[in-house]
Design a protein around this ligand. Structure first.
Ligand SMILES: Cc1cc2nc3c(=O)[nH]c(=O)nc-3n(C[C@H](O)[C@H](O)[C@H](O)COP(=O)(O)OP(=O)(O)OC[C@H]3O[C@@H](n4cnc5c(N)ncnc54)[C@H](O)[C@@H]3O)c2cc1C
Length: 417
């Protein structure tokens, strides 16, 4: 998987869903050295108002991706009635009598070893590179409707390890915006953490961030982040990732499924720019919805597709759309800065920026912001709470004049030249 070596953070929603549905996974993550982190516990009481009852919902359990995957795989291996077949690839779908003309019914998959594996329902969870649309057209189905856009960001990341198991103190949020670039500082397992720079793919000047010295100089120029480099690096170079797409698929067109007996889960259904670290939480919300639906298992395969579509629209879709809106807004902001023109943000992006600026000034608004960031409540829900919108506008309306301390664009360009 292409995300294996890049920075990761598992948002609190993931921990919440796992606590409720798969506590063995949480225990395995803890055993593997995963870090439990909560800004309301760790940040100064002057900012948080002190840790309160209910703030545990903001506990995240997080680790580097390979560490988390190994822990989760151990739980899977010990789970009854679950067979994991490593190294086996699926190459296509098997069908029997179609449900209707032009609507094939899937009854299993063919592997790259030529084996046919039958199933009541095939769940495609092959990730952002899933080739399900091709498999569907191969069996005579209409392709799903796809929305696709290069999210426009490039990631430059590196991991570090302390010599005493500690992680650096955060002097700001894990994702900080510095004009045309953003910085990720993500604590992880066993005294490790990741530091990343996120730039626009259009920003040619920033392409030299793949050079270790350049990358180091840029992070070092940011007073709130520089101390995250004071440790032993784990990677000998900067890991770079580009051309990450926001991609969404609809498998029910005008109320009719393109096929029956097969469903797309998590990134196979929709995937977004990872800088806000939501993919795993959204995928987990989606998976729990599928589990619940399959417990009922409607006898009619068409009903299953329609109910899965409705479930997806009600649970995961709002998070996809909200994340996409954030991406588009941030990219528009970066573009405006690069082109030297004023930003004309959407109302949603404007209020989101104000929410971020207000959060450091009012513990209630901080909790509202964390609800959104941690995938616990959508922006509209948070802003609809009594008094929140007004307070956000009052305290955060001046966000344009409240930039984090760091290099100006000219200084940044000088650092990367
Ligand atoms: C650079 C990067 C950083 C990210 N950082 C974060 C983060 O910090 N926090 C977060 O929440 N999300 C993050 N994400 C998103 C997150 O990785 C995904 O949302 C999540 O992994 C989706 O899970 P999935 O099970 O759908 O797919 P995946 O985790 O991609 O798993 C798909 C699996 O299917 C297998 N597979 C593929 N094709 C076949 C086939 N034909 N036959 C058999 N098996 C197949 C693959 O080998 C893989 O094991 C990041 C993504 C990227 C790209």
């Amino acid at each position: 998987m292409n995300q294996f070596r890049l920075l990761h953070f598992f948002q609190p929603r993931y921990r919440e869903v796992m606590d409720a549905n798969a506590p063995d996974v949480v225990a395995a993550l803890v055993d593997a050295g995963a870090l439990v982190v909560n800004p309301l516990r760790d940040a100064p009481a002057s900012v948080t108002g002190g840790f309160r009852e209910g703030d545990e919902c903001h506990d995240a359990i997080t680790a580097r991706r390979p560490v988390a995957e190994a822990a989760i795989a151990r739980v899977a291996a010990a789970t009854d009635n679950l067979e994991v077949r490593r190294g086996v690839g699926v190459v296509g779908l098997l069908t029997r009598d179609p449900t209707a003309a032009g609507v094939p019914h899937v009854v299993g998959v063919r592997t790259d070893g030529g084996e046919d594996v039958l199933a009541d329902v095939v769940v495609d969870s092959a990730g952002r590179r899933s080739t399900l649309p091709t498999w569907l057209t191969d069996i005579g189905a209409q392709p799903p409707v796809e929305e696709r856009a290069d999210c426009g960001f490039v990631y430059y990341g590196r991991h570090f390890r302390s010599n005493d198991g500690s992680v650096p103190m955060a002097f700001g949020p894990f994702l900080q915006e510095y004009g045309t670039v953003s910085v990720l500082t993500l604590p992880a397992d066993n005294g490790t953490w990741g530091v990343g720079l996120v730039a626009s793919a259009k920003d040619k000047a920033m392409r030299s961030l793949k050079n270790l010295d350049v990358w180091t100089n840029v992070i070092s120029s940011m007073p709130l982040c520089a101390h995250w480099l004071d440790a032993e690096p784990i990677d000998d170079r900067v890991a770079v990732m580009a051309k990450i797409e926001d991609r969404h698929r609809s498998f029910v067109l005008d109320g009719d499924p393109v096929a029956t007996g097969v469903v797309a889960l998590a990134d196979s259904w929709a995937c977004t720019n990872p800088s806000v670290g939501r993919g795993i939480s959204i995928g987990t919300i989606h998976a729990v919805g599928l589990r619940d639906l399959l417990h009922e298992m409607p006898a009619d395969p068409v009903a299953l597709q329609q109910q899965w579509y409705d479930m997806t629209m009600a649970t995961a879709e709002p998070w996809y759309r909200s994340t996409l809106a954030f991406d588009e807004g941030r990219l528009a902001e970066v573009d405006a800065l690069l082109e030297g023109r004023p930003l004309e943000p959407t109302p949603g992006f404007e209020i989101g920026k104000a929410l971020g600026a207000a959060a450091g000034k009012d513990p209630e608004i901080l909790r509202a912001l964390l609800d959104v960031v941690n995938v616990l409540a959508l922006p509209d829900e948070v802003l609809g709470r009594p008094g929140v919108f007004e307070r956000v506008v009052e305290l955060g309306g001046g966000w344009r004049d409240e930039q984090l301390p760091g290099p100006s664009r000219d200084e940044l360009v000088a650092l990367v030249s």
